[in-house]
Design a protein around this ligand. Structure first.
Ligand SMILES: [Fe+2]
Length: 723
């Protein structure tokens, strides 16, 4: 077969297995209660007609309730005008983030208001304003209007938050909602001033049960601090239901009649993926060296190629396995080092794979090293590539996907929501920061504590520790997109091209909004402080390598050097130390106020914003949407091959099912790969929630053809990390 027809088949298969959003669902078809009802095992799917009927009644109730709310707003509008003209009384107090140790951190620039309701339920605004930098508010109002006989007995103090940023034509606007309200009797207004004292709000607080910067997802009353947009919920539910039913069927079958099910029958029940399609049309190609190299470069893995200092033209890629994290003894997960040379098309062709770690259950030595080359024969070379795909998949999912994008973005999201309100940075950043904390909360349960410890070598405690370690190599300062190693390196060329889109968009935004950004620089200062205070320490900065056994010390050093290259971590940058910890995230500014002459501070801010947007969009989308290509065929790739009890261990052909994932793990893996790749929502181009800045969208669309030449569809790039 010539190269052209091979490329045509690959393109055809990519097209055939590309995931599209299909609208569907009928009345008596199964329903789910939302993203939070998903579980790795049997989700709370509702399939009996009675349950569906009850669900329908509940749905009607929520619809009527929201209709009633709208009617209520129409009947009793909240007019923007303030009643009364004499400001002869005031309401004061302060808003703070809860803290175990005083002084509590103030919530600055928070919109607050004082309202009365008439006996006929009308709204009367008495005062409005913002908290100052100490979190203090002082709302002056007309006392006579406040205590008027027309008003109900109690007045209402409200704290508002930005719930969404939206764009109306080109004009952005902040959509506000009530985050907190409290009532007090108007009869209490006996003097000129009345104080509500210090109000501690469960608003975008950091979790205190972990040292990783994570958001506490509920306020003090247990209400969520953020919700998915309705469109996001709907897209997920529409797509996941058929897949959920497939998983349920398999789990029931495994429980009731395990002999009736096999890996093959499980696989056949899920949609065909890219490697299966290739096998149909080009038998053997999906297991070839060329496909292996192409996927490591341009597939889900988007791996890092480091030039071999000892051999011209050789590139080295590393995937670290169990390291010294808590692990089980069921699955293999050695370190893998892959050596490549580029072929005439610029695709890396592997010629040597080194594994470090156990490959069978009989020899558990974690430092045993084996080299594999094509000269070892087909069976061993194929098995070595499969092991490389296995460690590679787990490494990509935990280090690059979950930590590099999800958790990394969450730390910027928390700091942004806590601080950006009056600054135009709320417009720039919040659309790209929303929903990430929510999906990460779901991932904790589903992936970190759910699927991965069950299906791979690393335990949940090990995964959490690993997340913290890798986060200790992720910083905005000095970060640059990956350098392509050849013309065929579409992933890296796309990363650079997308970064140029972000550069254009963010630079323009700063030019147009710099005056307002400077006026509200105090928000940037607090944003920067929050980031640093909650940042994890730099990887290895809190470990004493000297006391470690030599092998472990060398592995740590090797990881540090490789992570530096992979995550663009510049360790020559001077970072803050706080409470004896060298903080990973660099300081943006030391100043609470600046002028236009403080160009270094402004440049830092710009770079930090670009970095966070880049991670939340392109970097996340790439791995997320390619998951099904890679993990959609269980025998091709998975996160855990079992040792079995033979000396051959994992060095066996694919058809030896004694080391393959069990049927239960297989259906869960396919369910996951589908769920994560298939339920994307919130794209930059389609802008479903009208929250993407038109300049960003236009800058991306203007490079549509350039992206297409790299096989990248701009329509598939998400504006936020929410799956
Ligand atoms: Fe994701």
């Amino acid at each position: 077969m010539n190269e052209q027809s091979k490329d045509e088949i690959i393109q055809q298969c990519k097209k055939e297995t590309k995931i599209y959003y299909i609208d569907g669902g009928r009345f008596f078809s199964p329903k789910m209660r939302g993203i939070n009802s998903l579980e790795v095992g049997k989700s709370k799917i509702i399939s009996s007609p009675l349950n569906i009927l009850i669900e329908w009644v509940y749905f009607q109730y929520t619809r009527i309730r929201s209709l009633f709310k709208r009617l209520n707003n129409w009947l009793f509008p909240r007019r923007p005008e303030i009643v009364g003209s004499i400001k002869d009384a005031y309401l004061t107090g302060s808003l703070v983030f809860p803290s175990r140790y005083p002084p509590a951190k103030p919530i600055a620039n928070m919109p607050v208001a004082l309202w009365a309701r008439t006996k006929l339920f009308g709204w009367r605004k008495l005062a409005e304003g913002y908290t100052n930098e100490s979190g203090v508010f002082k709302l002056e109002f007309d006392l006579r209007e406040a205590v008027s006989w027309k008003n109900q007995r109690k007045l209402i103090f409200e704290v508002h938050e930005i719930s969404r940023i939206q764009f109306n034509e080109k004009q952005p606007y902040r959509q506000f909602s009530v985050f907190h309200s409290q009532k007090f009797p108007k009869s209490d207004l006996t003097g000129m001033g009345y104080t509500l004292r210090e109000i501690s709000l469960g608003y975008w607080n950091y979790r205190t049960d972990t040292t990783i910067p994570r958001a506490k997802l509920n306020d003090d009353d247990g209400d969520p601090i953020q919700s998915y947009s309705q469109g996001r919920e709907d897209a997920m539910i529409e797509q996941i239901i058929p897949i959920e039913l497939t998983k349920l069927k398999h789990l029931e079958q495994i429980e009731l009649d395990p002999d009736s099910i096999s890996i093959q029958s499980i696989q056949a029940d899920y949609p065909i993926n890219l490697t299966q399609c290739l096998e149909k049309h080009l038998p053997g190609y999906s297991r070839s060296d060329e496909w292996f190299g192409d996927r490591m470069m341009n597939g889900m893995n988007c791996g890092t190629f480091v030039k071999d200092p000892n051999e011209e033209g050789v590139f080295i890629m590393k995937y670290f396995g169990i390291c010294d994290y808590d692990h089980n003894d069921i699955y293999a997960l050695p370190d893998v080092i892959i050596r490549y040379r580029l072929n005439e098309k610029g695709i890396p062709i592997p010629f040597k794979i080194t594994t470090i770690g156990a490959l069978n259950s009989l020899n558990r030595d974690p430092w045993q090293t084996r080299d594999f080359t094509p000269a070892d024969g087909d069976m061993l070379w194929m098995a070595a590539k499969r092991i490389a795909r296995m460690t590679g998949s787990l490494y990509v999912e935990v280090d690059q996907h979950f930590t590099g994008t999800h958790i990394n973005v969450e730390q910027y999201a928390i700091a942004a929501y806590r601080n950006f309100r009056r600054s135009p940075l709320a417009i720039l950043m919040l659309p790209h920061m929303q929903e990430v904390a929510l999906i990460n909360g779901g991932a904790d349960k589903l992936i970190i504590e759910g699927f991965l410890p069950e299906a791979t070598a690393i335990k949940a405690s090990g995964l959490l520790k690993r997340t913290k370690d890798v986060l200790g190599m992720l910083d905005w300062k000095g970060w640059k997109p990956m350098e392509p190693i050849s013309d065929a390196h579409h992933y890296a060329r796309g990363e650079k091209l997308f970064m140029s889109v972000i550069d254009e968009f963010v630079d323009k935004f700063f030019t147009e909004n710099i005056d307002e950004i400077i006026i509200h620089w105090d928000e940037v200062y607090r944003f920067s402080c929050d980031l640093i205070e909650h940042s994890v320490p730099v990887f290895l900065s809190d470990k004493s390598l000297d006391t470690m056994p030599e092998n472990l010390r060398n592995q740590y050093k090797e990881r540090y050097e490789y992570y530096k290259a992979q995550f663009g971590f510049d360790d020559s940058v001077k970072r803050d130390s706080l409470n004896g910890e060298l903080k990973t995230v660099s300081r943006i500014t030391t100043k609470q106020a600046i002028t236009a002459k403080d160009t270094e501070d402004i440049e830092n801010l710009k770079n930090a914003c670009k970095y966070a947007i880049m991670q939340a969009t392109y970097m996340h989308t790439w791995i997320n949407e390619n998951q099904y290509d890679e993990l959609g065929e269980v025998l091709y790739s998975n996160g855990g091959l079992r040792f079995g009890d033979k000396e051959s261990g994992v060095l066996v052909p694919e058809n030896d099912l004694t080391v393959a994932p069990t049927p239960e793990i297989a259906t869960k893996q396919l369910w996951f790969a589908n769920f994560l790749s298939r339920t994307e929502y919130g794209f930059i181009v389609s802008n479903e929630d009208k929250d993407v800045h038109p300049d960003f969208r236009n800058a991306l669309l203007s490079k549509k053809e350039e992206f297409l030449a790299l096989d990248i569809d701009v329509n598939a790039i998400e504006s936020r990390t929410n799956i």
